[in-house]
Design a protein around this ligand. Structure first.
Ligand code: AP5
Length: 218
């Protein structure tokens, strides 16, 4: 039986990880695992985990590893070897990367590729300021100037669109700071393992998708 792709999409807040993950999920038929979506799902359900995560998310900080790692690894390990997965938002610090490697080594095969989508800070701020997310399926949408979210529905499932609490200017500033300080070192971890591909992400969604596919050799 063919082995499914094991991909990490890596990049700062607003780089387009979620957007690209949804395109790849549909074209490559692999499971998309987003740690942020998982926390937001729990929050929507009012679970203890969701409420705990919210304290950190709204401030733009990382949710502590003891809350994050087990729950994400459980999800990853539940995907069959044939199906494969795309990780979006995990791992987010070197400790998470080490724990992921340990868990996957237990399944005899590590991450195939880490695609790092690089986007300039002004573009990140522009994108996050205009992003609305579907409450039902979590698909991100970019609203143009003057467009009204209340009169627009999700392109994919017609769900209601809302603006994330952590997309306000203070939380975005903090998220970018946290990314630079705590998450960027993960790049070195994967560079050493020879699986890292850097691609420019300031281009259109379609151009970025083409570059991701090229990085995957697809
Ligand atoms: P998470 O949900 O993972 O957020 P993030 O990493 O900050 O990334 P975003 O979802 O904001 O951006 P994205 O790169 O997916 O961009 P998108 O495709 O939406 O994490 C949120 C929080 O959860 C964290 O701050 C933390 O508290 C917690 N958390 C999550 N994982 C954790 C972990 N492992 N450990 C600890 N804590 C964790 O695109 C953005 C916008 O741009 C959209 O409007 C989109 O339409 C548009 N767009 C996308 N691509 C393009 C393009 N090429 N051109 C123009 N517009 C584009």
């Amino acid at each position: 039986m063919a082995q499914g792709l094991r991909l990490v999409l890596f990049g700062p807040p607003g780089a387009g990880k979620g957007t690209q993950a949804q395109l790849l999920r549909d074209s490559l038929k692999v499971t998309h695992i987003s740690s942020g979506d998982l926390f937001r799902h729990h929050l929507g359900q009012g679970t203890e985990l969701g409420l705990r995560a919210k304290e950190y998310m709204n401030k733009g900080e990382l949710v502590p590893d003891e809350v994050t790692i087990d729950i994400i690894l459980d999800k990853i390990l539940s995907v069959s070897d044939e199906e494969g997965f795309i990780l979006d938002g995990f791992p987010r610090n070197p400790h998470q990367a080490e724990e992921l490697e340990k868990a996957l080594n237990g399944k005899s095969r590590n991450i195939d590729k880490v695609v790092h989508i690089e986007v300039s800070e002004p573009e990140l701020l522009r994108r996050l300021g205009g992003r609305y997310v579907c409450r039902a399926c979590q698909a991100p949408h970019a609203l143009g100037e003057g467009e009204d979210a209340a009169s627009k529905k999700c392109d994919q499932c017609c769900g209601e669109l809302y603006q994330r609490d952590d997309d306000g200017p203070e939380a975005v500033k903090k998220r970018i700071e946290v990314y630079n300080k705590e998450t960027m070192p993960v790049l070195g971890f994967y560079r050493e393992r020879g699986v890292l591909a850097d691609i420019p992400g300031d281009n259109t969604v379609e151009q970025v998708n083409k570059q991701v596919m090229e990085a995957l050799g697809a």
